[in-house]
Ligand binder design. Structure first.
Ligand code: NDP
Ligand code: 2IT
Length: 445
């Protein structure tokens, strides 16, 4: 790391003690900025780097709620409004027991550059809670969401901050959150949340967008080598929103996804994933991956480890941060895997990324390859503002165009800064310069 960025990194570590994931995300971006600052030293002036690593606002609040048996629980809620240079803060809400300030900060920081890459005029933010929705009744989830929104509603708005889903937050939760927001404000501000139901302001293709976009990005990377996904074997991790629609798009493009996972283990289905069964188990029944195996002859459940030991051509980590480490990377490379595209946020450890780059395979960081979700959220905001509704083909065509543009921006920036094919440098440099130019235009704020 260059001296000037090293100093900023050290300050981040000193100021945000113990927040390992936040340090990791900042380090990855700052490391990429060396060649950018060498070429354009003004980006290191006027405290720009110091400002970009410090959230504009951090909100932390108590979320009390009552379970079905009458017991009181207290969770912690977060919203980190990180950067509004390009537009209202935009980013998802995560409900998972591992959530803490450092996790939300890393996600909010990544979101700044991801959102910049979409070219759509959205700032970066993230939120969530350490609430665990697993095993909770709909009524419990509703009461939690209502309590969470009672505080959050003071801080958000269609032109201020627009939350959406992430781990543990899907259509059901967005519905309860929107219902409470509308009741508190006495105002039908459809544009205050995205990922809404289709009957109340949601956009067609938002559900599919992150997974579809990730696969489209992988297809674009392969196209630079004159190759495609046709006939490729794919390992997917996760079995949630991103994983399911990554599998769907991969199948549409003639590839063969053979794995998926949840926190109870992973499934290998050499015949190719039965997507209808997976949707039934995960989206309808809210079941576990074992429920798929019990109904699918030939599929096997592995309860230890992650799917990265299965020989495949392409890996799509779509579950959570740091789920693919150096050993997993070595195993994928040994088995001939030539493409890794991140559907999740920061799923590969720095050591895994280093191994992929040293081996010269195609590797896409999540802030580029999973940007289709937030991009389609911005399309949802656009439809809400225009009081209009596009058909699926229109929304999907826009998503496809945005993913192609993000891919090309990364390729171009990597070439500009002297490291062709380095999608990490490309994504960070392209995202950073877009935000930084506008921060400079806005003065010291
Ligand atoms: P979901 O809640 O729909 O699914 C998450 C999946 O990952 C589940 O199968 C879950 O298993 C598994 N998982 C989550 N945490 C862990 C863990 N600590 N260990 C093992 N498995 C885990 O979330 P999404 O699909 O929406 O999100 C997946 C990833 O994609 C996240 O990193 C998210 O930040 C990222 N992302 C999501 C976008 C979106 O539009 N939804 C947009 C861009 C990125 P289990 O149910 O057992 O916990
Ligand atoms: O990480 C992400 O980009 C998301 N969870 C989606 C955010 C959004 O506002 O749609």
């Amino acid at each position: 790391m260059q001296d000037v960025v090293e100093k900023v990194y050290e300050q981040v570590v000193a100021r945000n003690r113990g927040e390992a994931e936040f340090h990791q995300a900042v380090r990855e971006v700052l490391e990429s900025l060396g060649p950018v600052i060498s070429k354009h030293p003004h980006y290191a002036e006027d405290g720009l780097l110091e400002r970009i690593v410090e959230p504009e606002r951090q909100i932390m609040f108590r979320v009390p709620w009552v379970d079905d048996a009458g017991a009181v629980h207290v969770n912690r809620g977060f919203r980190i409004e990180f950067n509004s240079a390009l537009g209202p803060y935009k980013g998802g809400l995560r409900f998972h027991p591992s959530v803490n300030a450092g996790i939300i900060k890393f996600l909010g920081f990544e979101q700044i550059f991801k959102n910049a890459l979409t070219g759509q005029g959205i700032g970066g933010g993230k939120g969530g809670s350490d609430f665990d929705p697993h095993g909770r009744s709909d009524a419990e989830v509703m009461r939690f969401c209502q309590s969470f929104m009672t505080e959050l509603s003071r801080h958000i708005g269609p032109n201020t901050d627009v939350p959406a889903g992430d781990i543990g937050v899907g259509g059901r939760e967005i519905g309860y959150l929107f219902g409470q927001y509308k009741r508190l404000r006495n105002s039908y501000d459809a544009g205050v949340l995205t990922g809404k139901g289709l009957a109340w302001g949601g956009s067609l293709a938002r559900t599919e967008a992150t997974g579809y976009g990730t696969v489209l990005f992988a297809q674009s990377m392969l196209a630079t080598k004159g190759d495609s996904l046709e006939g490729k074997k794919i390992a997917v991790s996760g079995a949630g929103n991103v994983a399911i629609y990554a599998i769907e798009k991969a199948q549409q493009l003639g590839a063969k996804p053979i794995t998926f996972s949840d926190s109870s283990g992973y499934v290998v289905d050499e015949a190719g994933v039965d997507l209808e069964l997976l949707k039934q188990v995960k989206e309808v029944e809210r079941g576990r991956v074992a429920d798929y195996v019990s109904r699918r002859p030939g599929a096997r459940l592995v309860t230890e480890g992650r799917p990265w030991d299965v020989p495949v051509d392409v890996a799509l980590p779509c579950a959570t941060q740091n789920e693919l480490d150096a050993d997993s990377a070595a195993s994928l490379l040994r088995n001939g895997c030539a493409v890794v595209a991140e559907g999740a946020n920061m799923p590969c450890t720095p050591e895994a990324i280093e191994a992929f780059q040293a081996a010269g395979i195609l590797y896409a960081p999540g802030k580029a390859s999973n940007a289709g979700g937030v991009a389609t959220s911005a399309l949802e905001m656009e439809q809400n503002a225009g009081r209009t509704r596009w058909d699926f083909a229109t929304a999907e065509a826009k998503l496809t165009g945005i993913m192609a543009d993000i891919h090309d921006s990364c390729v171009e920036a990597a070439e500009t800064y002297g490291r062709p094919g380095d999608y990490v440098l490309g994504a960070n440099a392209a995202g950073f310069t877009r935000v930084a130019d506008v921060m400079i235009a806005h003065g010291i704020v």
